[in-house]
Design a protein around this ligand. Structure first.
Ligand code: BJW
Ligand code: ZN
Length: 308
């Protein structure tokens, strides 16, 4: 995409706007966790065995073959547990500590924001979590289940790759999946009738209504100075609508950070910015005047030097 104005990708111009921004919203997607080694949904990474990940993320797919869909999610849980938050997750968490008027809306279900110690009250997980388990039938839910394997029948999804550097056998559509009959999957301990399922939001399902109301109230409350749109294709609703809603109170800068700018930078205006590249590299640089420079101590603890 050609730059919309000379400053569209100017870090200096962006920094000038950032340091004067008091209310900042972030809308994040799978590209944020790409630097942690987790695949995105659309594009090459979105094929699981020979299934489009999108066709597995539906209640219909779960009804038709709960064993197959659970295997997909069991593998994603294992991958997410094995992955580590990357500098972009840490940068957003530090931005939250430095800017009380910052709110992060994430479509990611991998728990990496939480593991990067993002303050909970400044984080909304729009599409739930791989580690929340709920019942298909009643209101029973377990908020944080990190069992890996999740159950015996799904153990194959939790094995480490026997040949590191080559695709995991579970991703090879020519290697048959162990059969996972419905009876072998955990049922609900409360109603006993329903199946346990991942607490994520599938296509056609409602997001948490109270959370959506709170988000709308947060956006409409006062002018939002800046929206960071990070690593998302921006095609899934309602997440795709928040940046435009935030513009309603005046000049809000919408800042796209994406590996491919034209994938997320549609309809940009002269107050907007766009930065092309890996979010894990770009976000810490972009936010540096406020959060400082990230330093990892020998014991693995993240520190921030300089900044506000
Ligand atoms: C990098 C990078 C790097 C790569 N650095 N960047 C209004 C209009 C039309 C349709 C609808 C509408 N309202 C609702 C709908 C229906 C539907 C919808 O949006 N459909 C559209 C696809 C057309 N929405 C829903 O059904 C939602 N429910 C709802 O609204 O209920 C009411 C209702 C229902 C029906 C009709 C009307 C109203 C629920 C949506 C739930 C989405 N669930 C999933 C699965 C979650 C569980 C799981 O993880 O398995 O959420 S689908 C999948 O897409 C997942 C993601 O969170 C979501 C968004 O994807 P994301 O994160 O943007 O990833 P990608 O892969 O698309 O993009 C990655 C980006 O990163 C790319 O741009 C890369 O370039 C970039 N990138 N590497 C920076 N290193
Ligand atoms: Zn139940």
């Amino acid at each position: 995409m050609p730059p919309l104005h000379p400053n569209y990708s100017s870090i200096a111009a962006f920094h000038a706007k950032l340091v004067n921004s008091k209310r900042i919203l972030a809308v994040c997607g799978a590209g944020l966790s790409a630097a942690s080694g987790l695949p995105t949904f659309r594009g090459a990474g979105g094929i699981w065995r020979n299934h489009d990940a999108m066709t597995l993320a539906t209640p219909e797919a779960f009804d038709a073959d709960p064993g197959l869909v659970w295997m997909f999610y069991a593998y994603r849980r294992h991958m997410a547990l094995t992955a580590k938050p990357n500098p972009a997750h840490y940068a957003l968490a530090e931005l939250a500590r430095k800017v009380p008027g910052f709110m992060c809306l994430s479509q990611n279900v991998d728990n990496l924001h939480v593991r990067a110690s993002h303050p909970e009250e400044q984080l909304r997980l729009l599409h739930g979590s791989l580690f929340r388990i709920k019942c298909t039938t009643c209101d029973w839910a377990e908020p944080n289940n990190v069992d890996d394997p999740f159950c015996d029948a799904l153990a194959a999804a939790s094995t480490n790759n026997p040949k590191p550097g080559e695709p995991h056998p579970i991703l090879d559509a020519n290697t048959p999946l162990p059969s996972v009959p419905e009876e072998s999957l955990p049922h609900c301990p409360s109603c006993k009738a329903g199946l346990q399922r991942p607490g994520v939001v599938w296509f056609g399902e409602l997001l948490d209504m109270r959370m959506l109301e709170e988000i709308d109230e947060w956006i409409d409350d006062q002018k939002v100075d800046m929206v960071l749109v990070v690593g998302t294709s921006g095609v899934v609703w309602p997440a795709a609508g928040f940046a435009e809603r935030a513009r309603s109170k005046g000049k809000t800068s919408v800042v796209t950070v994406n590996m491919e700018l034209d994938s997320g930078g549609r309809g940009a205006r002269k107050e907007d910015f766009g930065f092309e590249g890996d979010a894990g590299t770009l976000l810490p640089q972009l936010l540096e005047p406020v959060i400082g420079k990230m330093v990892m101590r020998e014991d693995g603890e993240i520190m921030w030097e300089g900044g506000r």
